[in-house]
Write a protein that binds this ligand. Structure first.
Ligand code: GLC
Ligand code: GLC
Length: 652
């Protein structure tokens, strides 16, 4: 019944749609729209059905889908169809990603073209070019305060430069990921300017209040994201003489997604960038899309409905394009951004694995895998046709967002353990070589997150200063071990530019007024290409790290067991310092890889017979896919040296 209603509405919309759209050859469009319309209509109705202008908005949405389909290039449409027929294409072990800033990596977008050979030497084939959309001068949260969703920021280039880069990447079979900042805009965006000028239509794009009544109600339960630089969640706009919701920085106005006009604008923006050559769109801060008084306004059901609706719409116009969810929330919440109660991904196909990232850092500090084991064991299985982005570092801070129950099961008192980790990574803990700095310290709770480059956090900066060769080697081993984890765990490894050559903290941001208040800039360095050259000199730190990582990527690409099909099984090693799992080739179960890492400074052993029914590994002989050699064995014990990993195969 409902289905019939939705289809008669669709027919009406299609009849009314502008005649020039109707005339076009839209075969694939109509069949995809037909297949998805029931879902699109139901979701749109759930979100906006109570409004008088519902049908009008629904028609507008279909028009946006059609317009962008017509503008989509033939080559992109061909790729859409190819990906539709090979719909698990992105779960392959052959992908390895890197995130980089156009300006600090290569000067600008054009410069990236000149650096692709370097990236190919490393082996990565998925590029996340950090925000490139137009932003106001001065502070713009690293590009996450967009003032024009359809323009490239002139500091990094032009639209032509971007399209040239996209074409260049495609020729090399590399993928392009672009950010679409969906939760908020810059206070300099035209929508904000028109709201400020009093236009009701645009005031409705935001959460704007005459006085503190509603803001105060919200504040009772809203946490603060940037408690130091942007306390509170509302900002007074003196020109408009009203309060605006600004959950992140004061100059980032939260969009009001309960307004269907905002949904349609943002859908149009997403499809615009899909049509400019993006293979993947990174949706920023998706947990925050729906605000409700009396809640923390994160992970609300409607935020999920919005993402499902965006996905279904994208399936109609640009089905080859994937979404990445950036939701840095509790482990059980993150997984929901793939979609809930669905067999295939219904929201975002890819999500940042912030849980695994934070757990890895816990293992670095404690030198054991107790919490890592607990945290991974509690992680619910993900949907089919969904995958993680596994990373060690990124442009943001490290939040210690573990599940307290897991922390307790690992034998720690949660608050004390977090304090220890903060002390450890900021170097305050006796014996720690880490050189991190606190980020977002909350005076009320004493909590803080951690900034710092990978190399400085593992101790390389301090070890170099002390000229301690042995310590330097340990840091290199740790950097490689952490990368071995993200390469083999299941999901797409996401490197962060500079980490492949051991880039240290860069304190120069302190001299820049627009950055000094935000310690995340300490790990957003300008890439030092002279340092990168040292990767060609045998024995240098740069050479060891770069070659180690590029070799891992090469091995990963030729190891089908590393593809991501829920084909991982955790192993109880009976030793808290070791973390181990078995990965199985999804098409040939006799092809398995045993991954073992030792987070400690001492060697540890696994009794191979304890692996029980996985006697294949006990029988041996074993070969480490990374070194190509047999691992150290002593009778039936596998010996894992300090800070080392194995990728063991029984195949010769
Ligand atoms: C995302 C970005 C982060 C930014 C925030 C607000 O989380 O990764 O850098 O500060 O969104 O836009
Ligand atoms: C919070 C947000 C995340 C953002 C980060 C920036 O963790 O959840 O979206 O990237 O802050 O520090």
């Amino acid at each position: 019944m409902y289905e019939q209603v939705s289809h008669s509405l669709l027919n009406r919309i299609l009849e009314d749609i502008k005649p020039e759209i109707r005339k076009k050859q839209l075969h694939y469009f109509y069949s995809r729209l037909g297949a998805n319309f029931y879902a699109i209509h139901s979701l749109f109705h759930l979100l906006y059905g109570k409004r008088d202008d519902f049908e009008e908005q629904m028609a507008r949405l279909v028009e946006v889908l059609a317009k962008n389909y017509i503008q989509r290039r033939k080559s992109a449409k061909r790729l859409d169809r190819q990906r539709e027929s090979d719909h698990n294409w992105f779960l392959s072990q052959e992908w390895a990603a890197i995130a980089l800033y156009a300006n600090s990596f290569a000067g600008d977008l054009e410069g990236i073209g000149g650096r692709l050979a370097y990236l190919q030497e490393l082996g990565v084939n998925m590029l996340h070019v950090m925000p490139i959309l137009k932003c106001p001068p001065g502070a713009s949260d690293g590009g996450y305060a967009v003032s024009d969703y359809r323009a490239v920021d002139e500091r990094v280039g032009t639209m032509e430069d971007l399209e040239a880069l996209a074409a260049n990447l495609r020729q090399r079979e590399m993928l392009l990921t672009l950010d679409v900042v969906v939760n908020h805009v810059s206070d300099q965006h035209e929508w904000a300017a028109r709201a400020r000028a009093g236009e009701k239509k645009y005031q409705d794009y935001f959460y704007i209040f005459d006085d503190r009544t509603v803001p105060d109600m919200f504040e009772e339960t809203l946490p603060e994201i940037f408690p130091e630089n942007a306390p509170g969640n509302f900002t007074w706009d003196p020109e408009m003489e009203k309060w605006v919701m600004t959950v992140f920085n004061t100059y980032q106005w939260d969009l009001n997604w309960s307004n269907p006009a905002v949904f349609i604008e943002m859908l149009d923006v997403l499809l615009f960038w899909a049509n400019r050559g993006a293979d993947i769109l990174r949706l920023d801060a998706v947990a925050f899309l729906w605000k409700k008084i009396g809640t923390v306004s994160q992970n609300e059901r409607e935020a999920h409905l919005i993402l499902q609706l965006l996905k279904d719409c994208c399936q109609v116009t640009a089905p080859g394009v994937l979404f990445i969810a950036e939701a840095i929330v509790a482990p059980v919440e993150i997984i929901k951004y793939f979609g809930e109660d669905a067999v295939i991904a219904k929201e975002c196909e890819i999500a940042y694995n912030a849980t695994f990232m934070a757990l890895l850092w816990d293992a670095v500090a404690t030198r054991n895998a107790k919490l890592l084991d607990e945290g991974i064991s509690s992680l619910p299985a993900k949907l089919d046709r969904a995958t993680w982005l596994n990373y060690v570092r990124c442009h943001d801070d490290i939040g210690l967002g573990f599940d307290d129950a897991d922390v307790a099961r690992a034998g720690y008192e949660p608050a004390a353990h977090r304090r220890f980790l903060l002390d450890y990574f900021t170097g305050a803990f006796e014996g720690s070589l880490a050189r991190g700095v606190p980020f977002g310290r909350d005076e009320k709770s004493g909590d803080a997150r951690i900034s710092g480059s990978l190399a400085s956090l593992v101790g390389l900066e301090a070890a170099c200063e002390q000229g301690d060769e042995e310590a330097i080697q340990h840091c290199i081993d740790l950097i490689l071990l952490l990368h071995a984890m993200i390469m083999s765990f299941g999901g797409i490894p996401l490197l962060y530019h500079g980490d492949e050559i051991g880039t240290l903290n860069d304190p120069s941001f302190m001299q820049d007024e627009s950055k000094a208040h935000d310690t995340r800039w300490i790990h957003r360095p300008v890439i030092d290409w002279e340092k990168a050259e040292r990767r060609h000199q045998r024995g240098t730190t740069e050479q060891q790290i770069f070659d180690g990582i590029s070799h891992m990527i090469a091995v990963r690409k030729s190891t089908p067991a590393f593809a991501d099909f829920n084909n991982r099984e955790l192993i109880d090693t009976r030793n808290p310092h070791l973390f181990a799992f078995i990965r199985s080739n999804p098409v040939d179960f006799s092809d398995q890889v045993l991954v073992v890492v030792n987070f400690d400074e001492l060697p540890h052993a696994i009794t191979m017979d304890d692996l029980g029914h996985r006697s294949r590994f006990a029988r041996g002989p074993l070969r480490d896919l990374y070194s190509g050699e047999a691992p150290a064995m002593f009778s039936d014990k596998l010996v894992v040296p300090p800070r080392k990993f194995y990728w063991l195969s029984t195949r010769g």
